[in-house]
Design a binder for this molecule. Structure first.
Ligand SMILES: Nc1ncnc2c1ncn2[C@@H]1O[C@H](COP(=O)(O)OP(=O)(O)OP(=O)(O)O)[C@@H](O)[C@H]1O
Ligand SMILES: [Mg+2]
Length: 205
């Protein structure tokens, strides 16, 4: 399975999501490859501080070619592709080659509105890439807030499916990154680890 993480808006949590989702699949015994197609190369920096990453990261700040994909699929069960914060060539290519696109959206009106262009572009690609499914994800939810509660309803307006699992804003996800781990290894019993694991299970279903 090839999963692309896409949102044109910067800083919504694409890279953190890609990493911790990969960590969850790895813990479930899957062979995972993370492909970092963002020129910022954040995942490569993470790999550099990671002592025992488990998840293998490949950095490539240009479109992934079909031949590469075929080769990578031979070695791995799941490929997760992190995209740059723009709807340019690389991101469009990531949409074209994947089976599942996940769009993380923070539950704030500005973030929900700004997902519009990303969703429009995804719909365009879906007309050609018929095998691709696109699912929105409530990401960085702050529990106990009204906006957190209403986030899912707001995302429903886009007419794409929304994951039942929601990912809460948690410092553990950030601390794990600093120590070169995924939150699954850094703090296995944390709410954050449980949410990413639940998301991985929901995807496999
Ligand atoms: N679940 C989370 N809880 C708390 N903070 C988070 C969470 N996920 C991400 N963050 C923080 O949000 C910020 C943006 O995250 P990240 O770099 O993953 O986003 P991005 O969409 O990949 O950004 P860019 O568009 O620049 O690539 C970072 O400071 C990160 O530590
Ligand atoms: Mg990123």
């Amino acid at each position: 399975m090839i999963i692309s993480i896409v949102n044109q808006k910067g800083g919504v949590g694409k890279t953190t999501l890609a990493l911790n989702l990969a960590g969850s699949f790895y813990k479930m015994g899957k062979e995972v490859r993370l492909i970092d197609t963002d020129p910022q190369g954040s995942l490569i920096q993470w790999q550099a501080v990671a002592e025992d990453p488990g998840v293998k990261v490949l950095h490539q700040s240009r479109p992934v070619r079909p031949r590469q994909i075929r080769q990578l699929k031979k070695d791995a069960d799941i490929l997760i592709i992190d995209s740059p914060p723009a709807l340019e060539k690389t991101t469009l290519n990531n949409l074209r080659i994947c089976d599942l696109t996940i769009v993380p959206v923070s539950p704030s009106p500005l973030d929900i509105w700004s997902a519009n262009d990303t969703v429009l572009q995804i719909r365009r690609v879906m007309k050609k890439n018929k095998k691709m499914e696109a699912v929105l994800l409530v990401y960085r939810k702050i529990p106990g807030t009204r906006i957190g509660k209403e986030a899912k309803a707001a995302l429903d307006g886009y007419g794409l499916p929304v994951f039942i699992t929601e990912i809460t804003q948690k410092i553990a996800a950030v601390e794990a990154m600093i120590s070169g781990q995924t939150v699954i290894d850094y703090s296995p019993r944390s709410k954050s680890a449980k949410e990413f694991t639940a998301l991985a299970k929901e995807i496999l279903k």
